[in-house]
Design a protein around this ligand. Structure first.
Ligand code: HMG
Ligand code: MG
Length: 309
């Protein structure tokens, strides 16, 4: 299949990127990050998560983040700020905070589901039904995640048919898009291809998104495999931030800079300004006390420094 001419990026840095940070990140820093990301041209920025603060302390300020979201240019440009919601309690809080889009998050592995949201996959699907119905009745858009699509930290291999089954259940429930999460970044392009092919037998291709973590350095290769199959939506986090607190050993998301560089090189439009993005990656990783995990950012920053010298 010919590569797509356009790709939509879902920036998950403020949520997936920060949820696992060991030291508290201030609400002001989160809001500055969101403001800068919108300024880079990102049209979907996952802002926060309405989950239990006992389970994920870093997201405890979800309502405060929502209250401070950009209202000026970003709002005019129609930037969407989805938030994670695991249950009705989370939905109520998200709606009270003004969320217009939520994401529910299931898994293709019972062991991971149990660790992450304290219930089996089947129980999670029952829990999600009233969440999706209530959200949609209120006019909210609902996205669905499936975690562990290319391996589970507790169970090991995950069958592509199990991924397809959960993806279909979430789509059938009313999710407008299903994001396929390689939570532990264990996937390789061949496995990605087999998994996506299984999913698109049950969910329309245009409703499928890829969410790759870069633990083994394979995220960009996996994205390329998914692009070749016609997937046109990818999640990523600025600076390669991130990881799931309930997936031992999992490291960051694919860096948005690496994704934009790949797309640029392929002549695919993402609407994102790479220079601004690198500046944002440099800023947020500096605040967190480290370098961007993105090779692209490191290279662009080194070039900038050399040009200044
Ligand atoms: P539970 O302990 O079974 O829940 O946790 P519960 O209903 O028994 O409630 C326990 C306590 O939590 C109660 O408080 C509730 O009020 C409170 P207490 O009476 O003890 O003071 N509570 C809540 N508080 C705030 N917001 C809520 C909420 N719900 C209950 N929504 C629960 C079940 C789902 C709540 C918990 O397991 C949880 O919050 N899990 C979230 C874990 C998480 O956020 N993981 C990271 C995101 S997933 C991810 O990163 C993967 C992804 O990126 C894709 C990929 O990479 O694969 C999306
Ligand atoms: Mg993730």
């Amino acid at each position: 299949m010919a590569l797509p001419s356009k790709v939509r990026i879902v920036e998950v840095g403020p949520r997936d990127g920060l949820q696992n940070e060991p030291t508290p990140v201030s609400t002001a820093t989160k809001l500055e990050l969101i403001r800068r990301l919108a300024g880079c041209g990102l049209s979907t920025i996952e802002a926060t998560a309405f989950v239990s603060p006992k389970w994920v302390p870093q997201m405890a300020d979800a309502a405060k983040v929502m209250a401070g979201l950009p209202t000026g240019d970003a709002a005019k440009a129609g930037v969407a700020f989805p938030v994670l919601v695991p249950n009705l309690k989370g939905l109520e809080a998200a709606m009270a905070a003004g969320a217009r889009e939520i994401a529910i998050f299931g898994a293709a592995s019972d062991a991971f589901s149990q660790k992450n949201i304290n219930c089996s996959v089947a129980e999670s699907l029952e829990r999600f039904k009233p969440v999706v119905a209530t959200a949609r009745e209120a006019g909210l858009r609902v996205r669905g995640y499936v975690s562990c699509v290319l391996g589970c930290p507790y169970q090991g291999d995950v069958a592509p048919t199990a991924v397809a089954e959960v993806a279909h259940a979430l789509f059938d429930m009313g999710c407008y898009e299903i994001s396929l999460g390689d939570t532990i970044g264990a996937g390789t392009p061949g496995k990605t291809r087999v998994m996506v092919e299984a999913v698109v037998k049950r969910v329309p291709l245009k409703k499928v998104a890829g969410h790759f973590h870069d633990t083994y350095g394979m995220a960009i290769a996996n994205i390329y495999a998914a692009l070749q199959l016609g997937v046109t939506v990818f999640d990523s986090a600025v600076g390669g931030l991130g990881g799931c607190p309930y997936a031992a050993g999992a490291s960051g998301n694919v860096a948005t800079e690496d994704l934009v560089w790949l797309l640029k090189g392929l002549g695919i439009d993402s609407g994102v300004n790479l220079e601004e993005l690198v500046t944002t990656a440099d800023w947020i990783t500096g605040v967190l006390g480290r370098q961007p995990a993105s090779r692209v950012s490191v290279a662009v920053l080194a070039k900038r420094q050399a040009n200044c010298a």
